[in-house]
Each structure stands twice: as structure tokens, then as C-alpha cells.
Design a binder for this molecule. Structure first.
Ligand code: PLP
Length: 388
């Protein structure tokens, strides 16, 4: 099978599987228990927290362990708003329409219920935040939420510049770092952000575990109550998931030390694009093309007048996994709100697919994947027979 859907989840590494096995066989006790077995589990959890913190250049106690990126984002947004001053009421939140549903859907819901007033900052055709129009939107705002890198196009946001603007106006900046962390070096102290969401299943760790980094001194009200995580997030810890996350963080940090690994993969991604675009001349890349403007592992290609779902099914038949970056509702794929927000025409957005590489993607997979995409497009356009 050729797996080109690594922005959805990456395959857990052997070290991650080993750490999870160890947790289930040796560190299965409750880390809050005072007995020796509990304290052994506590020690392992704290070592994993240390490894996750090291991956982003943070202090271990600045991390709150959660049940994934979505919960970390939810805690950052709702926890920040709950801790903030009561004026203005409702508080103003600034964000973009190219955020992941974990952000977009929550903000839309807060807006609908009257708990927040949301100002949607404009993005350009490549999905990048339009910095020139951000400043007036921050006036009187409590919170800004901005992703570091986009899950559908890989577009990298101007986080440093947005951070400087937010800091100057006393606006809390929450960064959705789910697609960035583990794929690119991260140093939270070098940025003017106040919180950062992380999800280890995007860097060969397990799903259902995540972390929120919060800058020391920043106010945050817990959303899930209980004594764990120093009262900031209740609930008995997912010890196997946390140990797996720690192992994934250790491996990712070691891998990031060699930039040539990322360059090799960016070249593979570019080759995949070239192979597809040369064979399908009306196909086009949605989002930025430059290596500086997007993650090394992502491409999003639009095939005008085709249905993404039909393409995905044909690709799946050939053992190739990709994704449409779209919400599946009642059996049909709606065009991606991210692509529509970038101004991609609906007839292109409907036929757009996301392909994403992992650290382990090989040249052979890229060649096979590109050939399968070209064949699927030609079959749907009636250029080659549907059977055979
Ligand atoms: N933010 C981004 C950019 C993502 O890509 C994802 C997951 O796809 C999330 C948030 C949600 O993370 P999780 O799947 O850990 O809940």
C-alpha cells in the first residue's frame, strides 16, 4: 500500500509501539496513586512530558497533556476566553477561514451562541494570512488563533509577524502547531506566541494524545476539571499514549537535526507534483509552490471538473491512500472550506486531492502514487477504459 495521507496520521514507529507495549505491561498503574506501581507510571509520564517539551524547546511544566490536538485547541480557546477580563462582552477573537475544523467549527459555535465575536482575517490566494489587513482587526481583541502550517496545502503562516502585532496590542496568540511540530524545528521561546497545540500522531506517535504548551504567567481556566495536570486538565492520564508520544518526540527531535532529510522529502514531493502536472496539463497546485512557503511534505492538486470522491476510490483500488481535505456528509464530499476561502473555484475545489508524505516515504512510492493518480484521472475522463 502506498500511503500518501500522512497529514491525517502517520504510521507509529517501532520505538513508539515498544513504549506503548511497555506502558501496558509495566507502567499500567494510575500515575496519581501513591504506591510504588503508581509512582513508576508517574515517573514514565514525566519523562515523556520532558521529551515532548524538548521537541518544542519548552519547560516540561509548561505542557498540559490532553487527549489530542483538538482538545488542546479547545482548551486554549475556551480556557483563554474564560480567564480573560469580562470586557468587551462578548470577547473578540480573530482567526482565519483556512483553520482546521477544530478551530473553525469551535469559533463558529462560540459565535452562534453569543460567547464570542469572531473577526475573520482575510487570506491571499495561497492561503497565507494577509498581514496588511490584520492590525485593525486586533483592536480590542482578546485572542487570535492562527495555524502554523495548513493541513490541506502545507501553507506556512507568518507567525512571527502576527505574534509581534498581537504582543504589541496585548492580544493572546494561540498557535495550532499540529501540522508543524515534529516536521520542522520548533522553539517556542523564539516566538511571540502564548500557547501552542501539538499532536503526536502527526509525527509517528499515537492518536488520542496531545499537548498544549502555555507560556508561563498566561491565564487559562481548565475546561475539564480534576486534580491532574496541576488542576489544569482533569482525568486519569492515558499512560500508553503519553509514553508513545514521548518516544515519538525523541525520534522526531533526532530526525530534525539533519536538514538534508527534509530537503530529500521536499524534492520527492516536488517530483510527485511534476509527474502529475506533466501528464495532466490542466491540473493545478492549490496553495503556495515555493519550499519556503509550505511544509516539505504536502501538496494539494486540483483536477478541474472531476469529483474528489471518485478519484479517491480509484486510487484506493490501486492501493494508494490520499485525502480530499473535505468533509464527508451524507455520502458526498463537500468542497473544502479551506480551498473555497482561498478563492479556489468550486469546480476545481470539488476535484482537489491532498497528498502528504511522511519521514519514511520512498521514491518508489512517489513514482507509483503519481502513476496511479494519472491513470485515475484518465479513466474518469474516459481517456482509458474504466475496466482493466
Ligand atoms: N489542527 C490541525 C492543523 C490538524 O491537521 C489536526 C488534525 O488533523 C488537528 C488540529 C486536530 O488534531 P487531533 O487529530 O490530534 O485532534
Amino acid at each position: 500500500m502506498v500511503y500518501l495521507d500522512n497529514n491525517a496520521t502517520t504510521r507509529p514507529s517501532a520505538a513508539v509501539r515498544e513504549a506503548i507495549d511497555r506502558a501496558l505491561s509495566e507502567s499500567w498503574a494510575n500515575p496519581s496513586s501513591v504506591h510504588r506501581a503508581g509512582q513508576l507510571a508517574r515517573q514514565e509520564v514525566e519523562l515523556a512530558r520532558r521529551d515532548l517539551a524538548a521537541l518544542i524547546g519548552a519547560k516540561p511544566r509548561e505542557l498540559i497533556l490532553t487527549a489530542g490536538g483538538t482538545e488542546a485547541i479547545d482548551l486554549a480557546i475556551r480556557g483563554t476566553l474564560a480567564a480573560a477580563a469580562r470586557r468587551p462582552s462578548p470577547p473578540v477573537v480573530v482567526s482565519t477561514r483556512v483553520e482546521h475544523a477544530a478551530v473553525r467549527d469551535l469559533l463558529e459555535d462560540l459565535e452562534k451562541s453569543g460567547a464570542a465575536q469572531v473577526r475573520w482575517a482575510p487570506v491571499d490566494a495561497a492561503g497565507g494570512l494577509d498581514l496588511s489587513r490584520l492590525e485593525p482587526l486586533l483592536h480590542g481583541a482578546t485572542l487570535m488563533v492562527l495555524q502554523w502550517a495548513n493541513n490541506e496545502t502545507g501553507a506556512i503562516q507568518p507567525l512571527a509577524a502576527a505574534g509581534a502585532l498581537c504582543r504589541a496590542r496585548g492580544v493572546h496568540l494561540h498557535c495550532d502547531g499540529v501540522q508543524w511540530v515534529g516536521k520542522e524545528p520548533t522553539g517556542v521561546s523564539t516566538l511571540q506566541i502564548d500557547s501552542l497545540a501539538i499532536s503526536p500522531h502527526k509525527f509517528h506517535g499515537p492518536k488520542g494524545v496531545g499537548a498544549l504548551w502555555v507560556r508561563r504567567g498566561v491565564g487559562l481556566r481548565p475546561m475539564v476539571h480534576g486534580s491532574q495536570e496541576m488542576g489544569r486538565r482533569g482525568g486519569t492520564e492515558n499512560v500508553p499514549g503519553i509514553l508513545g508520544a514521548g518516544a515519538a518526540a525523541r525520534e522526531a527531535l533526532a530526525w530534525l537535526a539533519d536538514p538534508s532529510a527534509r530537503e530529500r522529502l521536499a524534492a520527492l514531493r516536488d517530483r510527485f507534483e511534476d509527474l502529475v502536472l506533466r501528464a495532466v496539463p490542466d491540473a493545478r497546485v492549490n496553495g503556495p509552490r515555493g519550499r519556503e512557503q509550505r511544509l516539505w511534505n504536502t501538496t494539494n492538486i486540483g483536477f478541474p471538473r472531476l469529483e474528489a470522491e471518485a478519484l479517491l476510490l480509484l486510487l484506493s483500488e490501486r492501493g494508494v491512500c490520499a485525502s480530499a481535505g473535505a468533509a464527508c456528509s451524507s455520502g458526498s464530499l463537500d468542497p473544502s472550506p479551506v480551498l473555497l476561502a482561498m478563492g479556489v473555484e468550486p469546480e476545481v475545489a470539488h476535484g482537489s486531492l491532498r497528498f502528504s508524505l511522511s519521514r519514511d516515504t520512498t521514491e518508489a512510492e512517489i513514482e507509483h502514487g503519481a502513476a496511479a493518480v494519472v491513470e485515475a484521472v484518465q479513466r474518469l475522463r474516459g481517456l482509458v477504459p474504466m475496466t482493466g
